[in-house]
Design a protein around this ligand. Structure first.
Ligand SMILES: C=C(CC[C@@H](C)[C@H]1CC[C@H]2C3=CC[C@H]4[C@H](C)[C@@H](O)CC[C@]4(C)[C@H]3CC[C@]12C)C(C)C
Ligand SMILES: C[S@@+](CC[C@H](N)C(=O)[O-])C[C@H]1O[C@@H](n2cnc3c(N)ncnc32)[C@H](O)[C@@H]1O
Length: 357
């Protein structure tokens, strides 16, 4: 081969590698790139150990329901997965029913706007996003409603990501982000005109504790809407296959034990809410939310190669491969849970805090 052919081959290989690693796989335009994958706030050399600690803690979710360490391990979980989520899914860390003819991004936005529409708030209202992630929903909701959104997340790395995105989107005057625990929030009583939580309260060891806190900060007469992760009426705890799927979902998503759909209403009533509406948004006529996971399967294997190569080159932290493998398996359990109808990530409950007498 002469030197010209050698040079052309080398540039072709380098170009393809750049395309494969840096361009492919980013779910949002100008989103996270593979070469930027990190362990969040965890130091690079500690990622592998932290993953091992996480995995041994969440292996048996039902038994950890009462432990006080759950929020700290949830924080570790989000240090490990936030970049991978942003890279492979986007800035909204939740599911949505698929709508024929609409892109994943549009379906996501519609599902988010539905939440704030249910709250019936006016522009300028002060709304709390309990468990805000990197703020995908917060930005869509602020832009749609003109409300001021305050997001809270236990994970400091997400706070920094969310603030950066808010600024880039020109929405930092409407969106504020606070680092804290939604079981003990740094907000005054009766200080919000509305609250929403999207696929976040499932991380609370006791739903009652987070609902009580949300009730406290909400103004009397104001509304709270939540999209809850639950097992449905089709879940049979005597069926080993059902149990395996639910355990798979719990350990790969940092959940201290999934709740039954019927528990949500009971807890909302117990803390004092009037339940205005309750509906599983995953049920027909909605189209399946899990097809997006199934359609991504080829991309996951490509991503796994990318992560393995980056980790081998020392660009991604050691341990990223294990985290990614856990997510590939979790995606499979989630899709199975959806397909069998035993699990829903969008059991919607709409509540009102009664007016004071
Ligand atoms: C509400 C929660 C998170 C829900 C979803 C946003 C995430 C659940 C599983 C995640 C993923 C699974 C497979 C990953 C894939 C292997 C990787 O290559 C790219 C990212 C994934 C698609 C990732 C994206 C986010 C999820 C769909 C929980 C935690 C309460
Ligand atoms: C699956 S993400 C959903 C994020 C966001 N609602 C969205 O849809 O993009 C769950 C969020 O809940 C937050 N969270 C979990 N437990 C928490 C706690 N105890 N206090 C505050 N935030 C918590 C996580 O940090 C994360 O931001």
């Amino acid at each position: 081969m002469d030197s010209l052919a050698l040079l052309a081959t080398a540039s072709l290989i380098a170009g393809s590698l750049y395309w494969f690693v840096c361009i492919l796989g980013s779910a949002e335009q100008k989103g996270k790139r593979a070469v930027e994958l990190s362990g969040g706030s965890i130091a690079k050399e500690k990622v592998e150990d932290k993953y091992k600690q996480y995995w041994s803690f969440f292996r048996r979710p039902k038994e950890i329901e009462t432990t006080e360490n759950v929020p700290a391990f949830v924080d570790t979980f989000y240090n490990l997965v936030t970049d991978i989520y942003e890279w492979g899914w986007g800035q909204s860390f939740h599911f949505s029913p698929s709508i024929p003819g609409k892109s994943d991004r549009e379906c996501t936005r519609i599902h988010e706007e539905r939440a704030v529409d249910l709250l019936g708030v006016k522009p300028g209202a002060r709304i709390l996003d309990a468990g805000c992630g990197v703020g995908g929903p917060m930005r869509a909701i602020a832009a749609h409603s003109g409300a001021n959104i305050v997001g809270i997340t236990i994970n400091e790395y997400q706070v920094n990501r969310a603030r950066l995105h808010n600024k880039k989107a020109g929405l930092d005057s409407l969106c504020e982000v606070v680092c804290g625990n939604f079981l003990q929030m740094p907000f005054d009583d009766n200080s919000f005109d509305g609250v929403y939580s999207i696929e976040a309260t499932c991380h609370a060891p006791k739903l009652e504790e987070v609902y009580r806190e949300i009730y406290r900060v909400l103004k009397p007469g104001s509304m709270y809407v939540s999209y809850e992760w639950v097992t449905t009426e089709l879940f049979n705890s005597d069926d080993p296959e059902h149990v395996e799927i639910i355990h798979g979902i719990e350990r790969g998503d940092a959940l201290p034990g999934l709740r039954k759909y019927s528990d949500i209403f009971q807890v909302a009533k117990k803390v004092g809410f009037e339940v205005v509406d309750e509906k599983d948004l995953a049920k027909p006529p909605s189209n399946p939310w899990w097809t997006r996971l199934q359609m991504g399967k080829i991309a996951y294997w490509r991503n796994h190669i990318v992560v393995t190569v980056l980790s081998w080159l020392g660009i991604a932290p050691k341990g990223t491969v294990d985290v990614h493998k856990m997510l590939v398996e979790t995606a499979d359990y989630l899709a199975k849970g959806g397909d069998k109808g035993i699990f829903s990530p969008m059991h919607m409950i709409l509540c009102r805090k009664p007016e004071e007498n």
